[in-house]
Structure formats: structure tokens, C-alpha cells
Design a protein around this ligand. Structure first.
Ligand code: AMP
Ligand code: MG
Length: 554
């Protein structure tokens, strides 16, 4: 088989040249933006620069745990190469940071951020090291970033490392989100380092050694709101303008092509960030994802889900739920707060660029765009989840408000509920009994004893109203079911599923990570042999750390 024959593997139209020779680097970020002149790897405040050059710290004995076929293909790699042990060895070496390819230019970015509502000053890539930016055959820019690759000038009191459990979580969730159609940074690879990392997992004084790991993240850009905030906070308009002009030229080429003034372009970029961020929130609400740490340094300028830490998936529908133990008191980043927090974060970005826009009005307009986008996208999304042709405000506001109440009457698995809802028929001549209404949805309920006659009546009332509504919609039953199943996933990265894969990976058995990735590659399809992955959280996982709540220790 020649390499051009092999390029037909998968759906990629690209021609692979095999090995790593096809990776073309075009490091615009380091070429066009001001660099930290200091090259020592001492922790420090870095001013007047967007990044510091720093190489990954080599690791003792890297081992490949898993990789994403789609990401490897999008980079122009040949999937057939992964059957060669020699290729895998080199791949592992490169994406563990032990080999720097010609054309790479490793660096850590400087950024700041608001953490839990308070300005935290300089943060930066404390354990992420960008290897460089590749451009694939479709002309797409893909920045490669190793998370957990060693200390940088931005490491503050951290060690620059990451442990296996949190790296498995980042790897799987990045790819799961992509397959769900949720904008996200991607994950090419997950390797263990062969080194131990000390962590106090519960923040309770019981530190222990855990396996170290590195994820190679891939995204068109890793720029965050905090990259702009840091310069504004220091009154450094010069670097702020350089970063804005660079970002518009690189990440917002359509805006760059308009014949507008620079200030108008800054505003248009902000408006676009308002739109994409709001759409991202709608996606998170659709699939039941809770980020857990929506600090402004964890907000992507491209509206991507970024920085998978103590995130979680909503199991029983509870808008107040947060997976992050650090947030258990205030619940600032709980499921239901996410859209409001996104608005707050956008306001901080507006504040950061205000000094160079010089006029609050267009920025205020951006925040209004964000609110309107959220409202209209949310309505479209809810109509789709319910299988309606469109959202009719006159009836569907009440219908969805009441649904949110109904989902909280008893512990209800959000994912299973919507999947089963697709089986509810349009209203027949005789309205169904309460028991009939519940029977279709019964799998979604965690505690049958909570289904008291009173609760059943309320659920059934809503179901009958829903049946009336879909009857009025007059769409074909099968078509409605198909449409609903295209937006209501069957398989999500349930917290306990990730934990089971982690438990196995920690014993050196990596196949569970690959198996779970396989399931999550088709989240909307029925996968009859994999029904167990769609089951609601088992009783043992209810309070087990990692399955219900997580600390930021990673
Ligand atoms: P996060 O809460 O993961 O978004 O991290 C906030 C900041 O802390 C970022 O600047 C990270 O790079 C940094 N950070 C987190 N963990 C570590 C670590 N183990 N070593 C160095 N820096 C870290
Ligand atoms: Mg972060």
C-alpha cells in the first residue's frame, strides 16, 4: 500500500505524506507578537509581552494511553501509521514533549483573569506549553498545546504537571463534546509520563503520588478573555492593540477583510465573541454540561469549551448543581448560572477593550447582542429538544417553564428523560392515564418512591399538555422522534463512566479509555451492544468522589 492509497482511510480528503513530515508549522503567534525577552524559566511577572519561550520538560518513560483518530487525520496524519510500533513510539515521544520537531517554537502564553469574580492578576499557561501552529491541507490553523508538560514562568506555586485522572477527563470530554456538536478545543493524544506527581486530591492534607500525564490539545487558537484583560489591567494599551490586531487578522479573518476602521473592527470582534459565547452556553444547557470553573481565563475568544477541570454532566436535573467542590458554597458556576456568568465574563472582556475602543455604547450593544442571541438560540434549541417545528412564545414559554419544574419534582435523569420523551405519542382521542404518561419516562427516575400520586399527577399534566402541543404541530411521529434524537444525546460522558475508565487506567489498563471514546463518537445513535453506557448513575456512584463532585486538584 502506498502512502497515497492509505490516505483514503477515514473520511479525510487530504493526502498524507506519512510520518510527521506532513506537519507544516506556521508559528504566527510567536512571529508576530511581542515575546518576553527573558529566556530563563523562573516564575515571574512578564510585562509588555504576549508569551515566553519555554521548552517542555522531558519526561522519563512516556506511554501512549489513547489518541483521537479525527484529530490526527485533521492534522494530516495517516491513520494506518498507528499500526507501526515505530511510528507510535515517535508520536508518543513528540506529544510527551521529549522531541521538538523542526518548525516547532514552544512557548507559554501570558494572561490574567477573574477567578470566582475577583481579579487574580497574572495567571498564564502555568502548565500548558504550546508547541506551535500547524496549517493543514484545508488551510486550517491548528495550534498544538501540551498540558502538563512542565513548569513555565507562569507556574506560580504549581509544578507545571497534570495527573492521569484529570488528563483522562480532559481527553475524553474534549472529544465527546466535539462529537456532540459542541464547540470545543480538541485532544490529539493522552500519554502517561512514567513519573509521579504529588497531589492532595481532596484538599484535606492527605497528599499522595499519582501517575503524571500529558494531553496534547488542539485548537485554532487558545486565546482567552484573560489574554486581553492582563494588558488592560496594566494600562498597557500598546500590547493590547497588538494582540487585538493579531487576533482579528488570525482568528476573525472575515472581520479583518471589511473596510472598517481598527476601532470598528474591535467592536465587531467583540460582537462576534458575544454571539459565539452565547451559542456555546445554549449548547452546554442542551447537553447538560457544567464547566465548573468559568473564570475569565477559561473563556475562549472563539467561543470554544476550554480547560476541562472539575466539570461534570448533569445527571438528575438540578439547575443548582455544581461538580466543583471549591464552588459548593457559592454555586457561582452551577448549571443554571452558566448563561448569566457568560454575560458577566463578556462584560469583563468589554471592560478590557474599552480603553482602545473609547466608547462604551458599541460594547453595550455587544452585551445586548449576547442576551438576544442567548434567548433566541435557547428557544430554537428547546423547540428542537421537544421536537417542535419552532418555538411559539405564546405557548412554549409556559411549556418549558413548567418542564423545568416537572424535572425537579423527583430526581430525574435529564439525558434519559429527553431521549424517552421522543417516544411519547401525540394526543389520542382518550387522554392517557397518569400511569401511562409516566410509564414512557420511568427509566429517567432515580428514586421510584419519590413518584407519589401528587407528583405523578403533575408530571402527567405536563405530558398531556406536551401531547396537545405536538398534535398541534402536526409533524410526522417518526420524523419528530428522529429530529429529537439528533439533538438529545443518548450517550454523554457520565461522571461515573469517566471515573471507571480512570480506575482502570490507573492500573495500567488503558483499553477502557479507548472503549469509552468509541461509544462517545456516536452520541446520538442507538448502540445496542453498548446500552450499559446509557444507564443512569448507579447507586454506588452517588457520593463517590470523581463521580459526583471534584476538587480543582488536577
Ligand atoms: P485552572 O483553574 O486550571 O484554569 O488554572 C488556573 C491557573 O493556574 C492557570 O494559569 C494554570 O496554568 C495554573 N495552574 C493550574 N494547575 C497548575 C499546575 N499544576 N502547575 C502550574 N500552574 C498551574
Ligand atoms: Mg485555566
Amino acid at each position: 500500500m502506498t502512502s497515497s492509497d492509505r490516505s483514503s482511510v477515514g473520511s479525510s480528503p487530504r493526502r498524507s505524506v506519512g510520518g510527521f513530515e506532513g506537519l507544516k508549522f506556521d508559528n504566527r503567534f510567536t512571529r508576530q507578537l511581542p515575546a518576553d525577552p527573558e529566556i530563563s524559566n523562573e516564575r515571574r511577572q512578564v510585562t509588555g509581552a504576549c508569551f515566553s519561550r519555554v521548552p517542555p520538560t522531558p519526561v522519563a518513560a512516556p506511554k501512549l494511553v489513547a489518541y483521537s483518530r479525527e484529530v490526527a487525520e485533521s492534522m494530516g496524519m495517516d491513520l494506518a501509521d498507528f499500526s507501526s510500533p515505530e511510528f507510535v513510539r515517535r508520536f508518543t515521544k513528540i506529544f510527551a514533549g521529549n522531541e521538538i520537531l523542526k518548525g516547532m517554537d514552544p512557548y507559554a502564553m501570558c494572561y490574567g483573569g477573574h477567578q470566582f469574580g475577583n481579579w487574580a492578576g497574572q495567571l498564564g499557561d502555568g502548565r500548558a506549553i504550546n508547541l506551535g501552529e500547524t496549517v493543514n491541507d484545508r488551510g486550517e490553523r491548528l495550534a498544538l498545546q501540551l498540558k502538563g508538560a512542565g513548569a513555565t514562568p507562569y507556574s506560580r506555586s504549581g509544578d507545571g504537571l497534570a495527573v492521569l485522572r484529570s488528563s483522562v477527563r480532559e481527553f475524553l470530554c474534549s472529544e465527546a463534546m466535539f462529537h456532540l456538536g459542541v464547540p470545543t478545543t480538541r485532544a490529539l493524544s493522552l500519554v502517561t509520563t512514567g513519573e509521579k506527581v504529588m497531589r492532595d486530591m481532596f484538599y484535606n492534607g492527605n497528599a499522595a503520588y499519582e501517575a503524571g500525564a500529558i494531553v496534547c490539545r488542539v485548537a485554532p487558537s487558545f486565546t482567552r478573555f484573560g489574554n486581553f484583560q492582563i494588558f488592560a489591567s496594566r494600562g498597557d494599551n500598546k500590547t493590547l492593540i497588538q494582540l487585538l490586531d493579531y487576533t482579528i487578522a488570525t482568528d476573525f479573518p472575515k472581520i479583518d477583510a471589511l473596510s472598517k476602521s481598527k476601532t470598528e473592527k474591535y467592536t465587531l470582534m467583540f460582537h462576534e465573541v458575544c454571539r459565539t459565547t452565547s451559542d456555546l452556553m445554549v449548547h452546554w444547557m442542551r447537553v447538560g454540561f457544567v464547566h465548573g470553573v468559568m473564570n475569565t481565563d477559561n473563556m475562549s475568544i472563539l467561543g470554544l469549551t476550554i480547560d476541562y477541570g472539575p466539570y461534570g454532566w448533569l445527571e438528575d436535573f438540578d439547575p443548582m448543581w455544581t461538580p466543583n467542590t471549591t464552588d459548593a458554597q457559592g454555586r457561582r458556576y452551577c448549571f443554571g448560572n452558566q448563561p448569566g456568568i457568560a454575560q458577566w465574563n463578556l462584560l469583563q472582556l468589554a471592560n478590557a477593550i474599552y480603553p482602545v475602543v473609547g466608547d462604551a455604547k458599541p460594547l453595550q450593544e455587544g452585551l445586548e447582542i449576547a442576551a438576544e442571541t442567548y434567548k433566541s438560540s435557547w428557544q430554537t434549541m428547546m423547540a428542537a429538544k421537544l421536537g417542535l417545528q419552532s418555538f411559539d412564545e405564546s405557548t412554549d414559554e409556559t411549556l418549558t417553564d413548567r418542564l423545568a419544574e416537572v424535572l425537579q419534582l423527583a430526581e430525574t435523569d435529564m439525558t434519559i428523560f429527553y431521549r424517552k420523551l421522543a417516544n411519547v405519542p401525540a394526543l389520542q382521542t382518550t387522554p392517557p392515564s397518569a400511569d401511562d404518561c409516566i410509564a414512557v419516562l420511568i427509566d429517567a427516575y432515580y428514586l421510584p418512591e419519590q413518584l407519589t400520586p401528587e407528583v405523578k399527577t403533575q408530571i402527567a399534566d405536563w405530558v398531556r399538555d406536551y401531547q396537545k402541543r405536538i398534535s398541534r404541530d402536526a409533524s410526522d411521529e417518526d420524523q419528530r422522534k428522529r429530529r429529537m434524537n439528533e439533538v438529545n444525546p443518548k450517550y454523554v460522558l457520565r461522571n461515573y463512566l469517566a471515573q471507571l475508565a480512570i480506575d482502570k487506567a490507573e492500573t495500567g489498563e488503558f483499553s477502557a479509555v479507548a472503549d469509552l471514546l468509541e461509544v462517545l463518537r456516536n452520541p446520538y445513535a442507538e448502540q445496542p451492544s453498548r446500552e450499559s453506557f446509557a444507564e443512569k448513575r448507579p447507586q454506588w456512584a452517588r457520593n463517590r468522589p470523581g463521580c459526583s463532585t471534584l476538587s480543582c486538584s488536577s
